[in-house]
Design a protein around this ligand. Structure first.
Ligand SMILES: *[C@@H]1O[C@H](CO)[C@@H](O)[C@H](O)[C@H]1NC(C)=O
Ligand SMILES: *[C@@H]1O[C@H](CO)[C@@H](O)[C@H](O)[C@H]1NC(C)=O
Ligand SMILES: *[C@@H]1O[C@H](CO)[C@@H](O)[C@H](O)[C@H]1NC(C)=O
Ligand SMILES: *[C@@H]1O[C@H](CO)[C@@H](O)[C@H](O)[C@H]1NC(C)=O
Ligand SMILES: *[C@@H]1O[C@H](CO)[C@@H](O)[C@H](O)[C@H]1NC(C)=O
Length: 527
């Protein structure tokens, strides 16, 4: 089957025409290179490339290691239609096959791998006093050791959405401020356990998605929202819980970072949050208000959880609009939040047009309305943003990636940025097969374009990006989309014992990474 191809000449676009930027004391130093196809060798020395996953999306082994139930287990059991479950709870069985999968990473010439720790595998009932699973603790030691043995640097996410169900039952999980100290206890435990060998940490993955999708529109677990947002939500209060959950999450982050910085064996490590904003273009170029709405959209999507970790306060625009629905930090909390990250983690997928909203109805509040924005697929002139192949889950617009990186550089005082996720999802539907799924020129094209935009951001705009992770190593469980949206560089044959098959995009990444010097080959004293 021929998938829709992009109507562009790929080779042409991938030539680097600039000659590497001169050395600059404050910015990245890009190697001077003649024009050639983009590869690892055009990036600054020491730049890390890898792939990313999350425990719930790949592990399976739900009844191994005395693992307790998580928020997503119960959500998917209660509402199988909200998880598009077709394959039981095996995910792609990384739990049993991690050695095989680490060989796949090695085959790609990866420098690093991002995984998350499933909280219910460590504290099956959410708190240490209720028991620690030693075999759960050992499982992550085994994975980390296997990565290190293979020369792959582990990046570990402390929380990628698997809240222990017992804490949901006891006090509503992140709806209660009781989560703050429970989270600190858990985070401190994993820092003490793995901090000697793991030097790159992410406290929270996509806080915006966790609170917005879980507590404002009900799309992801625990599926809460007001009836006026979605009739199907069994419970919830849109425009209120979303801010409470993020408030508790931010305090939990700050507590975890305090524990991290007090952890002796963690010295030399870095910690941050993985944010997931879209980029926005004006819906109507002639309308100044649409242009102005972009800054507001980004403050609500990104500043909400990023500015807060720098200044200890929410963006002023959120305080002004959300008013008393937005909880406030007290002096102790503020102090802990200020300067509570070492780098900005960024997950970038796609962009939308931003149309300003004229008449909000604050009797029915919800997050998107608070930002006074409509997201639009098409501009007022009926133009699309980037391109969208038929089977693509989202539009493809790498220009938004570069603009977002520039925005973060300028707005947040030129921080170190690591791309913790970037990737292409496709829905093959009836046509799905090993043959069709492994022939993925659209994913290869997506990656080429985004790597090039990132290169421009680094070498022309001088944005301090130091790492890049593709979402994802393997096709996996995509939350509410179940297994039907595939993001992997390796195809999973769900009909045949979950066998892994290399896609065209995997061969591309491997080729890209085979050029130049791997960070692991740089001798310490040369750095
Ligand atoms: C895990 O255990 C639960 C409860 O005993 C059971 O319902 C489920 O089928 C088990 N899942 C697997 C994959 O073994
Ligand atoms: C801020 O709130 C936290 C959590 O309730 C509390 O422990 C702390 O003492 C408070 N600090 C101040 C200055 O009120
Ligand atoms: C922020 O924290 C880092 C790491 O602990 C420290 O090196 C730096 O001096 C701090 N910056 C400010 C402005 O407090
Ligand atoms: C917008 O463009 C699409 C094709 O991209 C076309 O099918 C549609 O009719 C157009 N709509 C308007 C209002 O021009
Ligand atoms: C399924 O794959 C696993 C892991 O590669 C392997 O150990 C097992 O033997 C396979 N089972 C069958 C029936 O092929």
């Amino acid at each position: 089957m021929a998938l829709q191809r992009f109507p562009l000449m790929m080779g042409l676009l991938l030539l680097i025409t600039i000659v590497g930027s001169p050395a600059n004391a404050d910015g990245p130093v890009c190697p001077p290179t003649p024009s050639s196809t983009l590869s690892r060798e055009h990036f600054p020395e020491g730049f890390l490339f890898g792939t990313a996953t999350a425990a719930y999306q790949v592990e399976g082994g739900v009844n191994e290691t005395c693992r307790g139930p998580s928020l997503w287990d119960i959500h998917c059991k209660k509402y199988p239609e909200k998880c598009n479950f077709q394959n039981g709870d095996v995910a792609v069985d990384f739990f049993h096959r991690y050695k095989e999968d680490i060989q796949l990473m090695k085959n790609l010439n990866s420098d690093a791998f991002r995984l998350s720790i499933a909280w219910p595998r460590i504290f099956p009932h959410g708190r240490k006093e209720k028991g620690v699973s030693q075999s759960g603790v050992q499982f992550y030691h085994d994975v980390i050791d296997e990565l290190l043995r293979n020369g792959i640097i582990p990046f570990v996410t402390v929380f990628h959405w698997d809240t222990p169900q017992d804490l949901e039952d006891e006090y509503g999980g992140f709806l209660s401020d009781r989560i703050v100290m429970d989270f600190r206890e858990y985070a401190d435990f994993v820092f003490q356990e793995y901090g000697g060998k793991v030097k790159h940490w992410i406290t929270f993955n996509e806080p915006w998605v966790y609170s917005h999708a879980g507590y404002d529109i009900g799309k992801k677990a625990p599926g809460r929202c007001s009836k006026y947002v979605n009739e199907a939500c069994p419970d919830g209060r849109s425009g209120r819980e979303v801010y409470i959950v993020s408030h508790n999450l931010l305090n939990a982050h700050a507590e975890a970072v305090e524990a991290f910085r007090a952890c002796t064996k963690c010295k030399g490590g870095k910690i941050g949050i993985a944010h997931s904003p879209l980029w926005f273009e004006p819906h109507d170029l002639q309308d100044a208000q649409d242009g102005a709405s972009i800054e507001r959209a980004l403050d609500f999507m990104l500043g909400w959880h990023l500015e807060t970790t720098i200044t200890g306060e929410y963006p002023q625009i959120m305080i002004d609009i959300v008013g008393d629905r937005l909880p406030r930090f007290n002096a102790t909390q503020k102090k802990k939040l200020i300067n509570s990250t070492d780098f900005v983690g960024l997950n970038y997928y796609y962009s939308q047009f931003s149309n300003h909203l004229e008449k909000p109805d604050y009797s029915k509040p919800y997050w998107k309305q608070d930002s006074l924005i409509h997201w639009e697929e098409k501009s007022v002139l009926n133009q699309s943003i980037g391109s969208k192949p038929l089977t693509s889950a989202l539009s493809v617009f790498s220009g938004g990636f570069r603009k977002l990186l520039k925005h973060i550089k300028h707005k947040y005082a030129n921080p170190e940025i690591m791309i913790m996720e970037n990737g292409y999802g496709e829905i093959l539907g009836d046509k799905d097969s090993v043959e069709v799924g492994t022939n993925d020129p659209n994913r290869k094209y997506y990656l080429q374009r985004h790597l090039l935009s990132m290169h421009e951001a680094i070498c022309i705009d001088q944005v301090k990006v130091t790492g890049y992770f593709i979402w994802s190593l393997l096709d996996n469980f995509e939350w509410q989309d179940g297994y039907k949206t595939r993001f992997g560089l390796y195809y999973i044959d769900f009909k045949n014992n979950l066998t892994r098959h290399e896609k065209l995009s995997a061969r591309y990444y491997k080729e890209f990474l085979s050029k130049g010097i791997r960070p692991s080959q740089i001798k310490r004293d040369e750095l």
